[in-house]
Design a protein around this ligand. Structure first.
Ligand code: CUA
Length: 402
């Protein structure tokens, strides 16, 4: 590692230790001298006070010594400040946009995330701005703290060092959810970072069907690559013509929804030819079965989940900073069950009840002040920058949160 890269942290620490050390010594000296003088020059011991005209030597000392100390403090502070401000020219640049109450990071290829992913052992420059009020980007581990100001760009830089995770906090009071405006710097090995950077967003969203199959241990017996283990492979299973043995007789069936559901809940009913009757029945809800069959329909590969894109937008645009997805109330109403909910609102000073249909939700995103939901403050900014596609994806996502 380039030795100059770790310097910002060590220089800030040196300045801190120097100032703290000097302060501690001075505090100790002043306290000791005060106590000594209280004792030594008390009225009891010195009934007649001495008249002192002046002492040139003492005056020179108390001017020169503090000047040297303060000068040294300035020097260490200046060196640390310079190290913090001089981002190496080869820094990897990430854009950071702060908003009430979340962070969004954008990488050179346009990918965005709500955590700051960076490659290890690389100088990282974070370009900071805000879309609403002043926030402050603070990563104690890298000794960086910088205001993010609407309409203006500021920056911090740090050397990412070894793979690890560090806390990001907002260090400027910015409203009710300020304390929750948290994120992480995730330092990953370079190759892993490149892989992450170039992976499409859809692939990152785990398929719920696949998750269920994993949870129930299905992959112990069924592969997704076409090889046969104890049971037939899931690869291309949906709609496949399958020879089954029922009561000793062979017949060919199509692996449709009904067949697949039955194979999961009553596996002994139709045994696929060439396999043993050894799978236990799984008790799953209709919804779970639907998710698993959805996964099979995708050819045994993860399918983009309905609303996955909207979920990503909700994270990226900071919607989830104020609107929960689990029914809990933050600054704004929860997204859970929002679709078609009867909602008491105030419009132009008049109270009324509306149904949160698609038009209402679009209007609430584009012109949030038009309808103010009862019990909430009109604090949401307008999201005019969202494209119609983005809004559509968001609504699709909201409609999945029942
Ligand atoms: Cu953002 Cu405090």
């Amino acid at each position: 590692m380039d030795a100059t890269l770790i310097d910002a942290v060590s220089k800030v620490d040196t300045a801190f230790k120097f100032i703290f050390g000097v302060s501690f010594v001075i505090l100790f000296l002043i306290t000791a001298v005060t106590l000594y003088f209280l004792f030594r020059y008390s009225k009891k011991r010195n009934p007649v006070p001495a008249q002192i005209e002046g002492n040139l030597v003492a005056e020179i000392i108390w001017i020169v010594v503090p000047c040297i100390i303060v000068g040294a403090m300035f020097w260490y502070g200046w060196v640390g400040y310079k190290a913090l401000r001089e981002a190496p020219a080869n820094s990897y640049e990430v854009k950071c946009t702060a908003r009430m109450w979340s962070w969004k990071f954008e990488y050179p290829n346009g990918k965005t995330s709500d955590k700051l992913y960076v490659p290890a052992d690389t100088p990282i420059k974070v370009d900071l701005t805000s879309v609403d009020v002043i926030h402050s980007f603070y990563v104690a581990a890298f000794r960086v703290k910088m205001d993010t100001v609407p309409g203006m760009h500021t920056y911090v830089w740090f050397n990412s060092g070894e793979p690890a995770e560090y806390e990001i906090q907002c260090a400027e009071y910015c409203g009710v959810r300020h304390a929750y405006m948290l994120s992480k710097v995730v330092v990953v090995p370079k190759e892993e970072f490149d892989k992450w950077l170039n992976a499409s967003a859809a692939a990152e969203v785990p398929d719920e069907g696949e998750e269920l199959l994993k949870k129930h241990g299905c992959f112990d017996c069924h592969t997704t690559d076409g090889t046969d283990l104890v049971g037939p492979s899931f690869k291309g299973i949906y709609g496949r013509d399958t020879v089954v043995v029922e009561n000793g007789k062979e017949k060919t069936v199509k692996a449709d929804d009904m067949y697949l559901e039955k194979s999961i809940t009553q596996p002994a009913a139709d045994i696929v030819k060439g396999y043993e009757d050894m799978m236990p029945p799984f008790e799953l809800t209709k919804e779970e079965l639907g998710k698993i069959i959805g996964y099979f329909k995708g050819g045994g590969k993860p399918t983009a989940k309905l609303g996955a894109k909207g979920a990503e937008i909700a994270e990226r645009e900071g919607c989830t900073g104020c609107h929960s997805v689990d029914g809990s109330e933050l600054v704004g109403p929860s997204f859970k069950g929002l679709m078609d909910r009867k909602t008491a609102v105030t419009k132009d000073g008049k109270k009324m009840e509306v149904t949160a249909n698609v038009e209402y939700i679009i209007s609430s995103i584009k012109h949030p002040s038009e309808y103010v939901v009862e019990g909430y403050e009109p604090s949401m900014p307008e999201y005019g920058q969202l494209s119609d596609d983005d809004i559509k994806a968001l609504i699709e996502y909201i409609s999945t949160l029942k």
